[in-house]
Design a protein around this ligand. Structure first.
Ligand SMILES: Cc1ncc(COP(=O)(O)O)c(C=O)c1O
Length: 364
């Protein structure tokens, strides 16, 4: 008899890394690869954050604080809320997976728009819940009316990716509020705001303000993007104390390591650094979007640190391969849910110029 694995294994979508495993860190650090495939920050963490990590490193013989007390307190202070309402995770991905486990039995429904973050299909695959996908509306925006119409007695979890990955489109907080108000009380809504700091048309905390009136809303954010800490894996959710307790109940203790706790607790104190990163991202967004328009390409109305490019006749595979030959990594649209597109993250000014020049050559 051979080993048999759980049935759900066959349902797991599998995650493709942005650049091939094994060559990433050295080649990227040396500038040999322009890594524009994972929506990371091109700048290293704030020097004080690196100091905090170094200071914590000497105590690695100990397990981390299981309650991440300092990190949760600092996050609570930043948002003027109670630490009991702050869940932290090994990346916000862990919180998404834990939420699905805590909320869903087989037969439950998980509702989300598509294309959206490529981790979402893991949630139904892991839990045996039924996934309900609602296509994006014209302009690649979340179709909140169509989503509300799909909610049933079995809907346990609704995911709203805002700004949406991979399209970068953003629905203002007032529209999200109107959507949430229409949902029955048994539904949890996770508003996934991994990129929210990069949008500038809405107050960055407008969604957090909604928590006071919407007890089933969870706002999910991360240190991976605008804080430049993707390598440490630390994210957080603001929601009800019950939500936080549920997340903590289903995952392993100590899931946020001590270096990540120290880094997050320091990073959140440097909002001026976040502002600087956002400003330079917005400047690069303008530069890249202008360059793409000059090449005759159409993009979604992005509010994130990446562009979603409709290649039209040009063909996704040839463009991705042509860029790879020039050591420029971008994401092909097919695995993200929309063939004929690519998603490009904004890197440094040099990397973005290299990307635009390379793309221009390929399209010629
Ligand atoms: C929309 C969205 N949510 C969540 C995440 C997860 O981020 P992390 O687990 O690094 O916090 C990502 C990462 O790319 C993302 O694009």
């Amino acid at each position: 008899m051979s080993v048999t694995f759980a049935e759900k294994l066959a349902r797991m979508p599998g995650y493709q890394a942005g650049v091939p495993t094994g060559q990433a860190p050295e080649a990227i650090a040396a500038g040999a690869i322009a890594q524009l495939a994972s929506n990371e920050s091109p700048s290293p963490p704030h020097p004080k954050v690196i100091e905090a990590i170094a200071a914590a490193a000497g105590a690695m013989n100990r397990y981390p604080d299981p309650d991440a007390t300092l990190l949760r307190r600092r996050i609570a202070e930043r948002y003027d809320t109670d630490p009991a309402r702050v869940a932290v995770g090994n990346g916000s991905c862990e919180i998404l997976l834990a939420a699905a486990e805590a909320l869903c039995e087989p037969g439950a429904e998980i509702l989300y728009s598509w294309p959206a973050f490529s981790m979402y299909p893991y949630l139904p695959a892991l839990t045996g819940a039924r996934e309900v996908r609602v296509p994006l509306a014209a302009g690649d925006i979340h179709d909140l009316d169509a989503m509300a119409a799909e909610v049933t007695a079995a809907t346990q979890l609704v995911l709203v990716c805002n700004p949406n990955n991979p399209t970068g489109t953003h629905r203002p907080a007032a529209e999200v509020a109107a959507f949430c108000e229409r949902l029955p009380a048994h539904v949890t809504v996770i508003l996934d705001e991994a990129y929210v700091e990069f949008q500038t048309h809405n107050d960055v905390d407008a969604s957090v303000d909604l928590l006071a009136d919407l007890p089933n809303l969870v706002v999910l954010r991360t240190f991976s993007k605008c804080y430049g800490l993707a390598g440490l894996r630390v994210g957080y959710a603001l929601g009800s104390p019950k939500f936080r307790a549920a997340i903590d109940a289903v995952r392993q203790p100590f899931s946020v390591n001590a270096l990540a706790q120290a880094a997050g607790a320091e990073a959140i104190l440097h909002q001026d650094d976040v502002t600087r990163r956002v400003e330079s991202t917005v400047a690069e967004r303008l530069r890249v979007e202008e360059g793409l328009a000059a090449l005759g390409l159409t993009t979604s109305d992005t509010h994130a640190n990446f562009s979603w490019i409709d290649l039209g006749e040009a063909g996704e595979a040839g463009v991705v391969a042509g860029l790879a030959e020039r050591s420029i990594a971008v994401r092909p649209g097919t695995p993200l849910g929309d063939p004929g597109h690519i998603r490009v993250s904004y890197g440094s000014a040099e990397e973005n110029a290299r990307f635009l020049a390379g793309l221009g050559e390929i399209l010629d």
